[in-house]
Design a protein around this ligand. Structure first.
Ligand code: SF4
Length: 289
């Protein structure tokens, strides 16, 4: 179900500061369908039942964002496009809200962090390239597993990890920073030596700047349905997996071992998770359109 709506505000502030504390979400709900998605339970606040198929489209978001970014009180902080839904999900093919938002960012020269799993972002490649001449643009994609069978179970609406990497690589040298978000690393499913190695090796080979890696936690309402998914599709590891999640957080000893393994691969490929938000006064590009 698609619900078109007119929003009253475009910018939303949240407590987490990574990568920024300001989000713009043209869509609520997400057809990528990632079973680990922490945002899926936010739909209840909209009185909608299925986050993966009931999509709210804020058709006037570009116009509202433009007026918010032009307010005297706005300090020009870096904003994130997306945050609780993928901005280049299927509905974007029809609604084309992103070209409008990119145009607003260009006019206002506001720095931006773009995150998407979707290759549809390449439709707007030239627009993003142009935007990067006017302001700071950082781009990230998230990766879970290169095992396509597992990926189609866990992220049924998303392109393959290989396709996402290839997509991101096209922005290297154009945007300030390209980032692989290797999240979540799922114990016993996506934390094999082979998957860790492939993720870091391809990040290096594609010339992507940095990689962030973080394991799965099963907080809030996520635990029960995710355990059910593991039981149904990965029954051979179910017992061991459920033992790792006696609480909502991954078992501490397992998590420490995983971080140590990831740290070793980081050193091998000299790939780190460094990322710093651009401060309004440092957005030098805005001086040189
Ligand atoms: S792409 Fe992001 S927002 Fe969409 S379902 Fe996956 S994790 Fe959730």
């Amino acid at each position: 179900m698609i619900l078109e709506t007119q929003c009253k505000s475009a910018l939303s502030k949240h407590e987490h500061e990574f990568p920024t504390s300001w989000d713009v979400n043209p869509y609520r709900g997400c057809t990528m369908g990632c079973r680990y998605c922490f945002a899926q339970y936010s739909h209840k606040y909209l009185n909608m039942s299925n986050f993966f198929s009931d999509i709210v489209v804020k058709t006037n978001i570009a116009e509202i964002l433009y007026s918010e970014l032009r307010k005297k009180t706005w300090k020009g902080e870096q904003i994130k496009l997306g945050g609780i839904s993928d901005i280049y999900q299927h509905a974007e093919k029809k609604y084309k809200l992103l070209p409008q938002l990119i145009d607003v960012l260009k006019k206002t020269r506001n720095p931006v962090f773009i995150q998407s799993k979707s290759t549809l972002i390449l439709r707007d490649f030239e627009l993003i390239k142009e935007l990067a001449k006017y302001t700071t643009v950082d781009i990230a994609t998230s990766i879970c597993t290169f095992d396509e069978t597992a990926q189609k179970i866990i992220e049924p609406g998303a392109p393959s990890a290989q396709e996402r990497m290839e997509m991101l690589s096209q922005f290297t040298g154009i945007c300030r920073h390209t980032i692989v978000s290797f999240m979540p690393v799922i114990p016993l499913i996506s934390d094999s030596d082979e998957n860790l190695e492939t993720t870091f090796r391809l990040t290096k080979e594609f010339g992507i700047d940095s990689i962030i890696a973080y394991p799965l936690h099963l907080r809030g309402n996520l635990k029960k349905p995710f355990l059910k998914l593991v039981q149904t599709h990965f029954s051979e590891i179910y017992f061991q997996f459920s033992e790792l999640y006696k609480t909502a957080d991954l078992n501490e000893i397992y998590a420490a071992d995983l971080f140590q393994k990831i740290s070793g691969i980081r050193h091998k490929y000299q790939l780190y998770g460094s990322y710093s938000i651009v401060q309004p006064q440092d957005n030098q590009l805005s001086l040189f359109p």
